[in-house]
Design a protein. Structure first.
Length: 287
């Protein structure tokens, strides 16, 4: 869908340019290399978790993918949107048959495409390492090592593959969370410089994972505290929706219905954030 958008619309021209620009930035290969090293090191690092190293690997791996994706999204939004506006290069683009809304949408889609290009190789590496880790832990515990391939049924060994399948919904939810914060970052970038954008997004990331705790705490306190907690939980994204650490810890599978609800929440909040970006950018003086 993103590919069709990029090659069939005017905003897609902006999206392709933004993606190429993001991938040419030094931060892209740096994040890719750092994340790959962390994933590999965690595979062989003993967590002393009493036989639950595979769960620790999945939890740490998901966190690594999330942080690297967020850093790339916020960095690209800051450099590609804020700096172009400050440097007056956005004026050149908007002098062509491209309006301000197409500019914002193109930038946002370009950022998402750059994040996908970062995550795809990391996700493939992550899945291979999880598949390998099952046998590695069995060998370290002097247990029977499951085969890589089930020759009887001519398929991947399910004992290994089950661990990979269990983590796939978490990877999808990570992309949803990055998409939400990327939309927020684009909206902020229309008015604020890079440093303010990154600090604000970090604050939203922290508070967004604490909204449920804030509401529960506010219920037991004063009415004003309860009101403020509910207000924050309403305005800021509830990022804990995209966190499946509990499911990873218990080995449970995330149901498709939950993924569907998370996708709807992600789409609604992204649409609201991009609409806010339209409003903030509409009367921004570019001259």
């Amino acid at each position: 869908m993103l590919g069709v958008f990029s090659y069939t619309t005017r905003a897609g021209i902006i999206a392709r340019a933004t993606t190429k620009e993001a991938m040419r930035q030094p931060v892209f290969p740096l994040l890719l290399a750092i994340a790959a090293v962390i994933l590999v090191v965690n595979t062989f690092l003993p967590f002393f978790s009493l036989g639950e190293d595979i769960k620790m690997l999945k939890d740490c791996g998901l966190a690594t993918l999330l942080i690297c994706g967020l850093l790339l999204a916020v960095w690209t939004a800051s450099t590609s949107v804020a700096e172009e506006i400050e440097g007056r290069t956005a004026m050149t683009l908007l002098s062509k048959p491209i309006n301000r809304r197409q500019f914002i949408v193109g930038k946002y889609v370009g950022i998402l495409q750059a994040v996908l290009w970062l995550l795809v190789p990391l996700v493939l590496l992550f899945c291979v390492l999880i598949y390998y880790k099952v046998g590695y832990d069995a060998r370290e515990s002097a247990k029977e090592v499951p085969e890589w391939w089930d020759f009887e049924k001519m398929r991947l060994n399910w004992e290994r593959a089950r661990e990979v399948v269990q983590v796939l919904p978490g990877i999808v939810l990570i992309f949803f969370e990055v998409a939400v914060l990327a939309a927020v970052s684009v909206a902020i970038s229309t008015r604020m410089p890079m440093v303010v954008n990154m600090v604000t997004c970090f604050a939203i990331f922290v508070v967004g994972h604490l909204t449920a705790v804030l509401v529960q705490t506010g219920v037991l306190k004063l009415e004003f505290v309860s009101f403020m907690a509910r207000l924050i939980a309403t305005v800021l994204p509830s990022l804990e929706v995209f966190n499946i650490s509990a499911a990873v810890a218990t080995g449970a599978m995330v149901p498709p219905a939950y993924l569907g609800l998370a996708a709807v929440y992600c789409a609604a909040y992204c649409a609201a954030a991009i609409l806010l970006a339209f409003i903030l950018f509409e009367d921004r003086d570019l001259a």
